[in-house]
Ligand binder design. Structure first.
Ligand SMILES: *[C@@H]1O[C@H](CO)[C@@H](O)[C@H](O)[C@H]1NC(C)=O
Ligand SMILES: *[C@@H]1O[C@H](CO)[C@@H](O)[C@H](O)[C@H]1NC(C)=O
Ligand SMILES: *[C@@H]1O[C@H](CO)[C@@H](O)[C@H](O)[C@H]1NC(C)=O
Ligand SMILES: *[C@@H]1O[C@H](CO)[C@@H](O)[C@H](O)[C@H]1NC(C)=O
Length: 433
């Protein structure tokens, strides 16, 4: 058993990792160790409760009130529970690849890094309740003409953003018009439709100080949003938020002037991270409502929260075959449970709460992009050892770093954006909205 003092990089010099994955790696390697080996919460009584008595989770937040008559008029159902479905094989491959898209992060460009199997590219998600059409970049561009869609969050937000960029770029070329140099903050414009897509690095959404090599814990200020993204809120039409994995790290939590507690620390009360995560989401949503809420007629903002994306480590992160499956699970093989279930539950509760709060305003929409279950069923979708180029060029070693958190591009995560487009289409087809 490892102790919490174990340096996850002991076997792998950090500089090696740093060379390929500057800020991504710190997000998932310690996490893998944390929740596989010494997360006191992974088997806590509360968790056990959820495992034994499946908690009733609203798999889809309730749709806003809309009369049947209106539904008939549009002929389109206003919502669909996308999370209920299965992965079916398809002959249609991805819309793009590592040669046609210039913005794929190295560690996720699996084809180019020598991943030999290709089956993971040939699956489509089939929801039970509705048809999910293949991503159509032209439709996306038309719906977002003169709009700005911003992704805010951690490296999974970036993963989803890069998928979207690659998908849309098959129909129209983007210009990168802003970058901070590190690539944590970037903005693209699609001149054909005056659409902007951007990414903001903000792994907590609220204000925080990220851990460093010397100081292995994050400090979070749960009552105030991270202004690195929030100060641009007035110029955002669709805000896609994706966070979660950074909440598993050791951390100190502040709320106003008080210290609430901490996670994996010595000198403070352990309070875990679920409640803290809920508070951070509440602060985020509340701030959007305060700053953007107005009567109908005001400019609209839609907030989409991509739900927690499960990791698929089997055993240690740097063990050969840590995530070597090459096929999706079927629905009966894998149940949503433990931390994945709990993180999603917190997210759906907070989105539903924000919806209620925003009801009195006519211009704010909250939506959960509930991908946790479909992501859980895709153990085959991660880069694994192909986070580094040709990891087995010199034969198979016992120890090889694996990324079982992020998603290969192209790959399963393209489906998140397929669903996002379908959700946006449903908004547009609503009468009076
Ligand atoms: C990438 O896509 C382009 C355009 O569709 C195609 O010509 C090329 O063969 C593809 N490359 C690979 C490696 O699949
Ligand atoms: C896109 O960004 C540019 C540069 O900041 C800005 O001039 C333009 O108004 C933006 N367009 C939209 C639709 O947000
Ligand atoms: C606990 O220890 C950390 C690291 O040494 C320190 O920064 C923090 O202020 C301490 N917190 C309390 C409540 O004493
Ligand atoms: C949510 O945030 C608001 C504003 O920051 C605060 O007043 C409220 O108490 C919070 N609610 C919960 C349930 O945390």
């Amino acid at each position: 058993m490892r102790s919490s003092n174990t340096n996850p990089f002991k076997d792998q010099p950090y500089s090696f990792a740093k060379k390929f994955v500057p800020y991504t790696l710190c997000a998932f390697l310690p996490v893998a160790l944390i929740y596989l080996y010494f997360d006191p919460f992974s088997l806590s009584p509360t968790d056990q409760l959820y495992w034994n008595n499946r908690v009733v989770v609203h798999s889809s937040p309730p749709p806003p009130p809309i009369s049947l008559e209106e539904r008939k008029k549009t002929g389109v159902r206003t919502s669909c529970d996308y999370s209920n479905g299965k992965w079916d094989p398809t002959n249609l491959g991805p819309l793009y690849n590592g040669t046609t898209c210039g913005t794929i992060k190295h560690g996720q460009n699996c084809m180019v890094f020598g991943r030999p199997d290709k089956d993971y590219l040939y699956w489509k998600w089939t929801p039970k309740e509705c048809k999910l059409p293949r991503f159509d970049p032209k439709t996306f561009l038309q719906l977002l003409e003169n709009k700005h869609i911003a992704f805010v969050g951690d490296s999974l937000a970036r993963n989803q953003l890069e998928s979207l960029l690659c998908l849309v770029a098959t129909a129209s070329s983007p210009n990168l018009f802003y970058t901070d140099g590190e690539g944590k903050f970037r903005k693209w414009n699609f001149p054909s439709h005056n659409m902007n897509i951007s990414i903001y690095w903000s792994p907590f959404l609220v204000r925080g100080i990220e851990k460093t090599l010397e100081n292995n814990f994050n400090t979070l200020y749960l009552d105030s949003v991270d202004e690195r993204w929030a100060s641009d809120m007035d110029h955002i039409d669709i805000l896609v938020l994706s966070v979660g994995h950074w909440y598993l790290h050791p951390a100190y939590y502040h709320y106003g002037d008080s210290v609430l507690g901490c996670h994996y620390c010595q000198n403070c009360t352990e309070i875990g991270f679920y409640d803290v995560f809920g508070k951070a989401l509440n602060t985020t949503f509340q701030t959007v409502i305060e700053r953007r809420g107005s009567d109908p007629g005001g400019s609209e903002i839609s907030v989409v929260l991509t739900t927690f994306s499960p990791a698929h480590f089997e055993g240690e992160w740097d063990q050969f075959g840590a995530c070597s499956k090459i096929k999706p699970y079927d629905e009966t093989e894998k149940k949503l449970e433990g931390m994945d279930l709990e993180m999603r539950k917190v997210e759906l509760e907070r989105v539903n709460f924000a919806k209620l709060k925003a009801e009195k305003f006519g211009n704010i929409r909250f939506e959960a992009l509930d991908v946790t279950k479909l992501a859980l069923l895709r153990p085959d979708g991660h880069p694994g050892p192909y986070m580094n180029p040709f990891p087995f060029a010199n034969g198979i070693a016992d120890r090889v770093p694996n990324d079982c958190v992020h998603w290969c591009l192209p790959g399963a995560i393209d489906t998140w954006n397929e669903i996002l487009l379908d959700v946006i289409k449903r908004w547009e087809s609503r009468v009076g909205r």
